[in-house]
Design a protein around this ligand. Structure first.
Ligand code: ACO
Length: 444
């Protein structure tokens, strides 16, 4: 590996069938379990590894985000998520993820200025929206419009040029809220609102979503702060499905806008970023905290495909530190909005209470994840459930962009091309259509 330390040991694999053996290097990162570098395994023993879902496979080396799922630790460039959510803001976190360190005052001001001055989209893109049905899901619109950016910004698609990469990265981070807000406005049948350069990133998104030209918009700082926190909590999560999709697309040399559109598509799934939308639907369907027991029973039934959305995580097996921050924010937002009785929050809390003492969930180490509470906040802010994943995509764009830049700058990266365990039919000869019936009969 280009950048990691020298092997900190070896692992010898003995093949009992052929009596061959190979010694593979054991490599240490700066934290987390060691990894076995298996790149010579096929050459030495003629075997591939089999790991559906990549549950035990490291696909790259990365310096961006570290997760210890057993301890509930999430670090961006070494900084604990709780500290960043409490003391930092989203622009600073973007700078940190992109460049590796927190900015000084001048760097921060410059970065905020540069992002702010990229928030408008090419005016012709406005017409692109007219091609979508009014009731199109915002994520369908996001996938299309983000992919289309490469048709509008040719001057930042040369991935071998660091300046192109930087401009494309800034454009993506800056334009994502504009694109998402436009998707919302289009669905509402309201005019698009242009970004305002005197507003912060989160404020601008609220403005573009909720302002109308007919009257001044009053910003609620508590809500914009909560939204900023939601963006921080979603900013990156190491090699999750959408980041891996971005990296896989990027490994082919595809342009950054195409790669981030691929990330949007991957995020949309209900097992990933689409879960926040599913959580709200589920809470609404449960309806009353007295019904929680029967839904928990349903989630535990192996013959029922239903799962508790917002519960469980591939990596966190103790608690999701983001869920703890966001639960507190949910209470703050509801308090600010004067919502004393929110049945969905009551159902959510009852669900969490029951599940956390239930053997099924304890044994499988299933805990509420970040999506369990984010939907309650977004609903209270007035967003329809269909917008939830689009909001996740806004926060996650910086993570995708940071992961993509790291991939492009990593000399050890190759085109991503996993192998497989083939279980299909082995070689057979083509049979002309007139003879197929007879051949099939003969084969019986
Ligand atoms: N409700 C009920 N049972 C569950 C749940 C759940 N939410 N999640 C996992 N399980 C059960 C599985 O049925 C399985 O049981 P078994 O051992 O009896 O077969 C066991 O727990 C292990 O589950 P896996 O699916 O193997 O775990 P995996 O790591 O593959 O899945 C995932 C993780 C996809 C997140 C899963 O927990 C899930 O589907 N959760 C609901 C969707 C969700 O909230 N996704 C958001 C993830 S966070 C994010 O993207 C920001």
């Amino acid at each position: 590996m280009a950048d990691s330390k020298a092997p900190s040991g070896t692992v010898t694999i003995i093949d009992n069938t052929s009596n061959k053996q190979t010694t593979l290097p054991l490599v240490s990162g700066t934290a987390g379990p060691k990894v076995i570098d298996i790149r010579n395994l096929y050459k030495d023993l003629g075997y591939f590894t089999f790991d559906p879902g990549y549950t035990a496979t490291g696909s790259c080396q990365s310096k961006i985000t570290y997760i210890d799922g057993d301890e509930g630790v999430l670090l961006y460039r070494g900084y604990p998520i709780e500290q960043l959510a409490e003391h930092s803001d989203f622009m600073e976190v973007c700078y940190l993820l992109l460049f590796g360190d927190l900015p000084d005052k001048a760097q921060r001001d410059q970065f905020v200025h540069d992002i702010t001055y990229h928030t408008m989209v090419h005016d012709q893109l406005n017409r692109f929206y007219q091609g979508f049905r009014r009731d199109a899901h915002p994520m369908a619109v996001m996938c299309g419009v983000v992919g289309a950016l490469s048709a509008f910004y040719h001057d930042s698609t040369d991935i071998t040029d660091p300046l192109h990469r930087k401009v494309a990265s800034y454009r993506l981070i800056a334009k994502m809220p504009t694109i998402a807000a436009m998707a919302y406005k289009y669905a509402m049948g309201q005019p698009f609102m242009y970004p305002q350069n005197n507003l912060s990133y989160a404020e601008n998104f609220l403005y573009m979503s909720y302002a109308v030209p007919a009257e001044p918009y009053k910003m609620n700082k508590i809500l914009s702060k909560a939204l900023d926190k939601i963006f921080i909590l979603h900013a990156d999560h190491e090699q999750n499905a959408s980041a891996s999709t971005v990296r896989m697309s990027g490994s082919t040399g595809a342009n950054p806008f195409a790669c981030i559109a691929a990330g949007c598509a991957s995020l949309w799934g209900p097992s990933h970023g689409g879960a926040n939308e599913e959580v709200l639907k589920m809470l609404a369907e449960i309806g009353d905290k007295r019904n929680v027991g029967q839904w928990v029973k349903k989630a535990k039934d192996p013959s029922d495909p239903f799962r508790l959305f917002g519960f469980g995580h591939r990596v966190y097996k103790n608690f999701d530190p983001r869920a703890q921050v966001i639960q507190k924010t949910a209470h703050e937002v509801l308090g600010e909005l004067g919502i004393k009785h929110e049945p969905l929050l009551e159902v959510a809390m009852e669900l969490e209470r029951i599940a956390l003492v239930d053997d099924y969930f304890i044994k499988r180490r299933l805990y509420p994840n970040v999506d369990f509470y984010s939907g309650i906040i977004l609903k209270a802010m007035g967003f329809p459930t269909s917008m939830f994943t689009a909001l996740f995509a806004i926060g996650r764009t910086v993570g995708w962009v940071a992961q993509w830049n790291e991939l492009i700058e990593d000399p050890s990266q190759k085109i991503n091309r996993p192998r497989q365990l083939y279980t299909g039919v082995t070689k057979r000869d083509y049979v002309p259509v007139a003879k197929r019936k007879a051949a099939a009969k003969a084969a019986q």
